[in-house]
Design a protein around this ligand. Structure first.
Ligand SMILES: *Cc1c(COP(=O)(O)O)cnc(C)c1O
Length: 388
């Protein structure tokens, strides 16, 4: 028998993406002092597209710490943590994070994405349940799917609906399945906050576990930058604190903080931890320094500066995070608005499906402590002048 097995061409897939207004492409950028310049252009732009909330991605003392880490511990770890890649720099960072998060223990992963992919499948099996906020980040959706547990979704920040789901699981399946509730503290594309106190109450009542992804809360919220959980005084009542070192901490890497038993389980079971080479020890050393900056007086001053910038951009509102969505709806219109702002000297990304729900394409403005007031006020007036 003869099979004519030509590979189904990708041209059609690409055309479909273009036609839907969902085309994405890579650009290269040079960064300097809060400004950004496309490699192919000589126009320098104010960067309102980064998650560099405290400006630490270009902090001099953090750079010096990275260099010191290189001298002391080197750049390549050579193997996964469990084989021979574990350095004192990794341990020290994990102790610093656990201390900051007021949990017994913590574990470092190469990225926040890898944290999600590692932990949910490690904690749950197919007889368990994972209950997701509707607007949760892609990595947590993928991880929930990978776990094989039954997935339930509650409307964004809707605790009464979440309670109904929890009650029905317990009514039907009794007390034996694990239930993991997953939310973000600061939602990445809307900048709003999860009702943590109510979530904690619900999870305690129904004996569920609660995972809070503080990707956009860590470093930004709380008296010492510990995140929304710290700001609400709920650190010890949340089972799993997830975070990333790639946003306010200005570096790269992801972490989970929890009790020692959970961390031991993850060391034994989380596949994205076990089967992945340890992050560069120098990076871990620098990250300990980033945690120290976040907790320090300097971190406090940067948060005050950021809060002042948030006030300036959003005059009088109660907005608590550095992320502002400007919802436009249509994909092309959002792209046009973004390129118009670019002509005015601002880099503000258009965010489209599937990053946000269909027909809610938007500009996503993220503020940093390092943005000067003039840039913020000027961006604000440019956005107000956009065609409606
Ligand atoms: C960025 C982000 C992640 C992934 O973190 P990385 O360290 O960039 O991989 C996870 N969750 C949320 C909500 C994020 O915004």
């Amino acid at each position: 028998m003869l099979f004519l097995s030509a590979v189904r061409p990708f041209t059609k897939d690409l055309e479909d993406i273009r036609e839907a207004g969902l085309w994405r492409e890579l650009r290269s950028w040079y960064h300097s002092n809060g400004k950004i310049q496309a490699a192919e252009s000589d126009q320098s732009l104010w960067n309102f597209a980064a998650n560099d909330y405290l400006g630490l991605s270009h902090d001099e003392s953090l750079r010096a710490a990275f260099q010191e880490g290189l001298q002391r511990y080197g750049h390549g770890s050579g193997a996964s943590r469990l084989v021979s890649g574990s350095s004192p720099a990794h341990r020290q960072l994990e102790e610093a994070i656990a201390g900051h998060k007021k949990k017994q223990s913590s574990l470092l992963f190469s990225t926040g994405f890898a944290v999600a992919m590692g932990i949910i499948p490690a904690l749950l099996t197919k007889t368990d349940f994972v209950v997701l906020d509707k607007l949760i980040h892609a990595c947590l959706i993928d991880a929930a799917r990978l776990s094989g547990a039954t997935i339930r979704v509650f409307p964004h920040n809707n605790v009464p609906k979440l309670r109904k789901i929890l009650a029905s699981i317990r009514a039907t399946h009794g007390s034996s399945p694990r239930i993991l509730i997953v939310t973000e503290s600061v939602f990445s594309m809307d900048g709003d906050l999860a009702p943590l106190a109510e979530l904690v109450q619900a999870k305690e009542e129904f004996e569920a576990l609660l995972l809070v992804d503080e990707a956009h809360g860590y470093g930004v919220l709380g008296a010492t930058g510990g995140g929304l959980a710290e700001a609400c005084g709920l650190q010890d009542r949340i089972d799993l604190h997830m975070g990333t070192l790639s946003k306010a901490a200005g570096l790269a890497g992801g972490f989970i903080a929890a009790n020692s038993e959970i961390i031991q389980l993850l060391i034994n079971r989380a596949r994205s931890f076990i089967y992945s080479t340890a992050p560069p020890p120098a990076l871990a050393f620098a990250a300990s320094h980033a945690v120290a900056i976040i907790r320090s007086e300097k971190g406090h001053e940067l948060r005050e500066k950021l809060a002042a910038n948030i006030q300036l951009f959003d005059d009088g509102s109660q907005h608590k995070s550095a992320i502002f969505p400007h919802i436009i709806g249509d994909n092309e219109a959002a792209l046009n608005a973004s390129s118009r702002l670019r002509e005015q000297g601002f880099l503000v990304p258009a965010i489209r499906y599937p990053t946000v729900p269909r027909n809610t394409a938007r500009l996503r403005i993220s503020l940093s402590a390092t943005h000067p007031a003039e840039a913020i006020l000027s961006l604000r007036s440019q956005i107000q002048a956009l065609p409606r």
